[in-house]
Write a protein that binds this ligand. Structure first.
Ligand code: ZN
Length: 431
């Protein structure tokens, strides 16, 4: 695979040698095409997809002759994570559903293989506590429970906390659960607690037959103990103040695959941010663009599993966190038609004003939207430790796919890629 990656890298590096633009959208596009291709298995925990992305990024860093802090660019760490490398099939009343499109199994699911009768619990049951108590005393072992709810209905929103705790506590000892939803999305399970002894299946409401009697399920899950993941980290020494660092971060991992058929490519989340980070590394590696400050590029693992790579880094930094003058985290920057969100903007109004002035002057993005800090991406643990940091995320109606099989390279518009890139380099020149 390394040879194949080398060939891919060589091919995509060709156009960059003839461009004089600051940013190189062709290079970024080629990076995204590879990172979000089926070859990378959704950069998760099936077929070592995350590890393939690591090798590929390291080849890019090598090509641009970036420095490493130790012997290599890798910072390994480990965590436990559930994965679905084998078959994941579900049929209702004998009709097979399409994985990733019509259903997902809960990320904490264990293996299950069989045909089960379905018991239905209606929405109104959850509105009447006496009725719910009676049901909770029943025994449903060997059955799947179907919650007959209209997704996104006001009453459904009201009862969802009860439904979720019914699934969590499983008072009737059911074999599993079927939950109708309007849109299918997935995530990663990497908690200390192992797989759940029951399986919850989310199914697109229009794929649930009117008279649901049986579910046939064949899921084989594999819980990976101490899965080794790697952050990929490089830097370029500053010309005049090498002891002060600007830092660019982006997570390269995504949620992988649910069985051999459902691939979650994660083009926007976060092949886009990883590509921009790598393109910035290319830009600053060129002698004419060397910055006064040192610049570190940190591509993090395990973000989708709970910000694990960046958390590990802040607990085991490769240079003192106090040397970081500013950090920009890029997560989902492949759109931008409507604008750019700046998380943590409220905690550093001085830097936010600098960013905003650059944008206003150049009319790069229609709108910058200031947001407070939150634990929604890799800037979080840095900010908690006092590192000044923004998290940038583009938004628009052009591409709303998120954690689903449709967040593909073909669908990603890169509408404001050049503008966001220039905003960042001008910002780095102004702080
Ligand atoms: Zn993300």
């Amino acid at each position: 695979m390394r040879t194949l990656l080398k060939v891919l890298s060589f091919l995509l590096l060709l156009p960059t040698s003839i461009t004089s633009e600051a940013q190189d959208i062709n290079y970024a596009r080629a990076l995204i095409d590879t990172l979000a291709s089926p070859l990378m298995y959704g950069r998760g925990y099936v077929n070592k997809g995350d590890s393939l992305a690591v090798s590929y990024l390291a080849l890019q860093f090598e090509h641009w002759e970036l420095k490493s802090f130790g012997d290599n660019y890798y910072q390994p760490f480990s965590f436990n994570v559930n994965s679905f490398p084998y078959e994941v099939n579900v049929s209702l009343n004998g009709n097979e559903l399409s994985p990733g499109d019509e259903f997902v199994v809960s990320a904490d699911s264990h293996s299950d293989n069989g045909i089960y009768q379905v018991k239905t619990i209606k929405q109104k049951t959850f509105l009447k506590s006496q009725k719910l108590k009676r049901i909770e005393k029943q025994n449903h072992s060997g059955f799947y429970i179907y919650f007959d709810l209209k997704p996104d209905d006001d009453k459904t929103k009201l009862v969802m906390p009860l439904v979720n705790s019914f699934i969590d506590e499983n008072p009737t000892d059911a074999r599993g659960f079927i939950l109708p939803v309007n849109s299918i999305w997935w995530h990663v399970w990497a908690k200390e607690m192992k797989q759940k002894p029951s399986t919850a299946v989310k199914i697109k409401s229009n794929a649930v037959p009117g008279n649901l009697k049986t579910i046939s399920i064949n899921v084989k899950a594999e819980y990976l103990d101490n899965h080794i993941a790697r952050n990929v980290i490089a830097w370029i020494p500053g010309k005049t103040q090498p002891d002060s660092f600007l830092v660019v971060t982006a997570h390269y991992d995504h949620i992988g695959m649910m069985g051999p058929k459902a691939l979650f490519p994660g083009a926007n989340d976060n092949a886009s941010g990883t590509a921009m980070l790598t393109d910035l590394a290319r830009h600053y590696s060129l002698p004419e663009n060397h910055h006064d400050y040192s610049i570190a590029f940190m591509a993090f693992a395990g973000e989708e599993a709970g910000l694990l790579g960046s958390k590990y880094y802040t607990e085991n930094p490769l240079f003192s966190l106090e040397k970081i003058k500013f950090l920009l985290n890029l997560d989902m920057v492949g759109t931008g038609g409507d604008g750019l969100m700046v998380f943590n903007g409220t905690s550093d109004s001085l830097r936010y004003d600098i960013l905003k002035n650059i944008n206003d002057k150049n009319q790069y993005l229609k709108e910058l939207r200031i947001r407070s800090g939150s634990a929604n991406s890799d800037h979080y643990y840095f900010h908690e430790k006092g590192v000044p940091a923004f998290f940038l995320l583009t938004f628009s109606s052009e591409h709303r796919f998120y954690h689903d099989i449709y967040d593909t390279r073909e669908a990603l518009p890169l509408t404001k890629y050049n503008e966001v890139f220039r905003l960042i380099t001008e910002f780095f020149n102004s702080i």
